[in-house]
Each structure stands twice: as C-alpha cells, then as structure tokens.
Design a binder for this molecule. Structure first.
Ligand code: SF4
Ligand code: SF4
Length: 416
C-alpha cells in the first residue's frame, strides 16, 4: 500500500532547458530541511577546535598513498596535479581581481549568475551565506566576500558504474579539471556584472563544501558522507565561488534523505573497508553518519579510489525522483539487494555480489597517521625504544627531516 506523502519537492531539470522534476517525500521520511543542527555547538567547535584541511592534518598518509598506487594510478595523479596547478594558481588570486563592468540595479543578479552557471555546464547552482565556521584554519584570512555560490558538476554516469577502476578515476579527476576551468569563466562573468568573485578550487579546498550546499538546498548529506543531490546523488564534484554581488539566498530542503539513509544502509553494507558507521552521531553540532578514515584510506589508496559507497548508492544510480517514488509506492529501497546496484569487482579479489565483501588482514589497515612531522616523530620514538638514544649524527638527521617538512610549508594542493 502506498505511503502517505509529507510534501513534494520541485527542482529544476538536470540541464538548462530540461523540465522540472518532482520528488515526493514519504511522511515517515520527513525530518528537517537540510540537516539537524545545534547552532551553538557548531559555533563552539569551530571556534575552539577549528578544522584544518586533510592535506595538512593527514599529510603523512597522503604521502604514503604514492607507495601503494598502481603505476597507472601514479602516472595519472601526476598528470592531474600538473594540469590542475595553473587552475589552482588562478583561483588563489581570483579574489584580488577588480570588477570589469558596472552594476545594473535593474538586473536580477542571482538568476543571471544561476543561468550563466547552467549555461557553462554546471548542473546545480545555489546561493547561501558563506559560513566561515567551516573554513579551514589555513584559509581563514584568504576569504574575502560574504556570499557563497555553490556549484556542482556531474561526473560521467557510465564511467562511474565501473567503480573501482581507472576509467572511473578518469571521470572523477577529469570532472575536477573541467570544473576548475568553468569556475574561472563564471568568476569572469560575475566581474563583468560589476562585482568581485573569489574561486574556491575543488583541488585546493577552503572548507568542507557540503554544509553550504545543504544550506543552499542542493541536496542532503548521505550516510556515505557525500552530498546526495536530486539528479545524480553523490556523482557530483563540488566547488564554490564567493562574491559581494547582492544575491538572494536559497533555502535548505528536506528531501527525506536524513531518514531514508537509516532505512537504506546499502553503502554501509557494501563498504569493503567496513568504514561507514551505521548509526548517526552528533559531531561538531551536526547529526550525521561518521566515516572511519583509517578504515577507508587503505582501501581507497590501493583500489583506484574505491568509491564503492558512491557506486552502490541508489540515489546515484537511479536519481532521487525514481528512488523516492518507489519508496512511496512500496516502502522499499529501489535496487537494494540486486547485483545491478550492489555488485562490484576488486582486482585480484574478484566479483562481490550482495552480502559478499572482500577480506583484508589487519596489516592492510596499518597506515601512517597525522601530519608528516607527527609521523616522523612516531618513527623516531620507535627507534628510541628499539635502539636507544642515537649518536649526534642520528639526531641531526632527524632534525634535518623535520626542517625539510616545515620548509615545504605543508602545501595544501592535491585535494581529492
Ligand atoms: S571509499 Fe570504499 S572504503 Fe571508503 S567508505 Fe567508501 S566504500 Fe568504504
Ligand atoms: S547508499 Fe543508501 S544509505 Fe548510503 S548514502 Fe546512499 S541512500 Fe544513503
């Protein structure tokens, strides 16, 4: 018997010119627009325990991944880093560029920017306050303008279904490369309207972008830790532009995802690293499913970015309208338990259908932790325990290694 519907969400089509889509949200899935939030907790944690980019906080394992990448993966990552560098450099100074046009008081700036973004190829564009509570410590002084334009670019459908594979990685990083260029074009357009625009590169993130996408109504947070957007779930690559253009903010939306994930759980069932925690917890003022980084990273690094949690998500595979309609009609999760949705192949380990997971020994999960200097210190402590205090030369060698890391300045480039 069909489930009673709480409300119906209407969203623009996937591409500019496509018809609007409607998404019925079953009564039992309705919670709050966006995500359950305790504002005072969020403010407290961001003030007392501000976040830093994983490229600094987890730099030790980010260096380690290169030692386990396949040759093809290492070559491709080097290529991606090389082509991204000029885009990252251009984004870094984009906020200093002056407007090239004069503001037109008659123009609906919000809709003009949204329309231009869609024309350039972005599938989703939304507006919200730029919330500095999420900004990484390293970027706090870099931010110049108060309004955030949240922009999502879809990653290829067919390539994504081959996850984990190099083909899917070409889609993943290739989308970021395209997005980096589109962002610079959109920023130029905003300047031509008479306003400033600062590009937040998807390869040199200024913050976790998902919370602002949720505030702008572009989706809700899935149990897999990814933004589930209406048309393509987490198969989207996210970036932002901040501006002083007088835009009107969008509102957060309840798509029913917050509750739906608790009923679905496909990503948690299928995660080869057993990294997705099933029950939600309150974390830095937000109620969400947490992911155990140390159980995910070793799998991601060795198996072409893994991303089984993206591939097996029904919202990614079928789109939110189809999944939510099916739930209203049947009370079931579309595709759950099928090979089509849940099956994947891991190199050397073979095909795994519903209910089957690859096995790894404990050693597989041992990776370096923390910043590079933390990891070096850990190794030094181990050496002290095993070999005692080193001669002067050994101490100097350690000091030299720490100095090299500090001189590198903890580069933030290389966000994934
Ligand atoms: S990337 Fe793979 S290991 Fe990591 S959470 Fe997703 S499914 Fe699990
Ligand atoms: S697979 Fe299911 S539980 Fe996981 S994010 Fe997608 S909808 Fe949510």
């Amino acid at each position: 018997m069909a489930k009673p519907v709480s409300h119906v969400v209407t969203r623009p089509g996937r591409r500019q010119g496509d018809a609007d889509v409607t998404i019925p949200v079953a009564e039992e899935l309705a919670t709050v627009p966006g995500i359950p939030l305790k504002e005072e907790d969020l403010s407290f944690y961001s003030r007392v325990y501000p976040q830093e980019t994983q490229n600094i906080e987890k730099a030790a394992d980010r260096e380690w991944v290169w030692t386990v990448y396949s040759d093809e993966m290492a070559d491709y990552r080097r290529y991606h880093d090389e082509v991204s560098e000029p885009l990252i450099d251009a984004a870094a100074v984009s906020g200093d560029l002056e407007p090239t046009g004069t503001p037109d008081p008659e123009l609906n700036v919000t809709e003009a920017i949204r329309s231009k973004a869609r024309e350039l190829g972005f599938n989703e564009a939304g507006f919200t306050k730029h919330d500095k509570r999420f900004t990484y410590t390293r970027k706090k002084r870099w931010i110049k303008y108060p309004h955030a334009i949240c922009l999502a670019l879809e990653q290829d459908y067919v390539q994504t279904q081959s996850i984990p594979s190099m083909d899917a990685e070409y889609a993943h990083f290739g989308t970021y490369e395209m997005e980096g260029a589109f962002l610079l074009d959109l920023a130029d357009y905003i300047r031509s309207l008479g306003y400033h625009a600062q590009v937040h590169s998807p390869n040199d993130n200024s913050a976790p972008y998902i919370p602002m996408f949720v505030s702008a109504g572009l989706g809700q947070l899935g149990a897999n830790g990814q933004l589930l957007s209406p048309h393509f779930g987490s198969r989207a690559r996210l970036a932002m532009i901040t501006t002083d253009a007088p835009v009107t903010y969008d509102e957060p939306v309840d798509y029913g995802i917050h509750e739906f994930c608790q009923k679905c759980q496909v990503c948690a069932n299928r995660c080869p690293g057993r990294a997705i925690v099933r029950d939600k917890v309150w974390w830095r003022g937000v109620e969400k499913n947490k992911l155990i980084y140390e159980r995910c990273r070793p799998v991601m690094a060795r198996y072409e970015g893994c991303a089984v949690c993206m591939k097996t998500c029904p919202i990614q595979r079928f789109g939110m309208p189809a999944v939510m309609e099916h739930y209203v009609e049947t009370g079931e999760v579309l595709g759950k338990g099928t090979h089509l949705l849940e099956g994947y192949t891991f190199k050397e380990k073979g095909y795994h259908g519903p209910g089957e997971l690859p096995q790894f020994d404990r050693q597989f999960f041992e990776i370096p932790h923390g910043r590079k200097e933390d990891w070096l210190f850990e190794q030094f402590k181990e050496r002290l325990m095993k070999e005692g205090v080193p001669e002067e030369g050994g101490l100097q060698e350690f000091a030299q290694q720490v100095k090299v890391i500090l001189d590198q300045g903890n580069s933030t480039i290389g966000d994934e």
